[in-house]
Design a binder for this molecule. Sequence first.
Ligand code: ATP
Length: 362
Amino acid sequence: MAVSVEIKDLVKTFGETRAVDHITLTIEPGELFFLLGPSGCGKTTLLRCIAGFHQPESGSIHMGGDEVTRLPPHLRDTGMVFQSYALWPHMTVAQNVAFGLEMRKVGKAETAKRVKDALAMVKMSDRANHKPNQLSGGQQQRVALARALVIHPKCLLLDEPLSNLDAKLRLEMRTEIRRICKEAGLTAIYVTHDQKEALSVADRLAVLNGGVIEQCGTPQEVYLKPRSVFAAGFIGETNFLDGTVKKISGERMIISTPVAEWESIHGLDTFKEGDEVTLSLRPETLHLGDASPGQPNVVGGIVHDTVYLGEVAQHQVRIGGDGGRNLKVFDLNPRILARDGEQAASVWVDAQDVVILPRGNA
Ligand code: ATP
């Protein structure tokens, strides 16, 4: 049965480094939750605290309402999947999967049934008698998953499970991992630095930075409504412009930047006139060409560089004249190209896509 995982005010330090810095987080039963962030942000340390491999200095961890903070790993009912599959080379697939059950003294008949079910779930039933060296990387990771699932864990912990796979297999295994977790009805916590993996698979995710949670939410919430320059820049691509709140009137806010004025419908409850802010303009929300008459946020620009990719072109557009700024613009079904020259074009953005953030360094 799926359990909740509650982390309260958790701190884990290594010497001078506070790898986990007062993290509080609740993961709901059956949720597929991602810990996402750059190298060294503390995501593996947090996962290892949940697994019981690290002892935190303070704070608590509860699973299904029971405190597990000081329990050793084998008493926590967590299954762990690592980047390296760590399969026993001399054992068959079935023996590898059965190993954890034998350690737990589960009977022969029950073991056979559970191994069969776990291999069926990861679609490896026909390879039960193969050795790991007869399997591809993706198949080995499926076996590693089966090995974690077979003990019927309360919570599945995955540490960069797809990092060793090639790009095509990674894509395939992303959806497989989600299917398996949902079919098994498991609470799962998944560590990655790959934002596409997190956006495409997670129910919710937390962006970590320097041991603290920068933002937590659904993929769409974090992508569309980032709360900081760090979160906006880490997830997806964006253009940042520093500016100042010039005017708030009714449901709109005007931000002045050195290259143009921008109208936004966001941040009305958060910012006041005179505040220093940073704008985030996602490349796919910027459009080239004619806007409707009277439309705000239309800026003259020069397209001076284009990467043409067929269905989409990635343009560099200079706005604000000489000494102005470059904006990256993604143009679906592109008509304008500037591979070897320059082309004048207007850039426009809808006021709902102008995201305002507290001033920060990109
Ligand atoms: P990566 O994606 O590179 O694995 P991460 O986000 O998982 O990074 P952690 O491995 O949790 O980051 O490390 C967080 C910080 O704690 C880093 O500064 C790291 O150097 C430090 N750290 C982690 N484990 C240890 C350890 N066993 N001893 C000393 N310092 C450690």
